[in-house]
Write a new protein. Structure first.
Length: 110
């Protein structure tokens, strides 16, 4: 599923999206907003394993670790056009990272 939100005016947009985490997915896996958006992402872990959210392009964690049944909200300011990849880098209990099993999402700023 993709989540698209555009505004016609030039004022910075406040966008709030709830992202469900599970084995091995983020839902929605695609989010599209306009440039200069302030994106509030609420991550909810509905899975059985801990998960995180790593922003690949900036080489930083948005969410360090989120245990089952917990949630947290983070903010991203998208000042320029681009595609931002969110990955789960945890490798428990599998011998590979969750993103290698498909747990990845994409945020596009247009």
């Amino acid at each position: 599923m993709a989540y698209y939100l555009y505004y016609m005016n030039t004022a910075p947009a406040e966008v709030k999206v709830v992202v469900e985490m599970g084995e091995y997915y983020y839902y929605p896996s695609e989010i599209t907003v306009r440039v200069n958006s302030r994106l509030h992402l609420t991550f909810i872990n509905k899975g059985n394993y801990p998960h995180n959210a790593y922003l690949a392009e900036e080489k930083r964690e948005l969410v360090t670790i989120l245990y089952p049944s917990n949630s947290t909200t983070v903010e991203m300011y998208l000042a320029k056009e681009g595609i931002y990849s969110i990955l789960c880098t945890i490798a428990y209990p599998a011998p590979v990272s969750h993103y290698e099993l498909g747990m990845r999402a994409k945020v596009t700023a247009k």
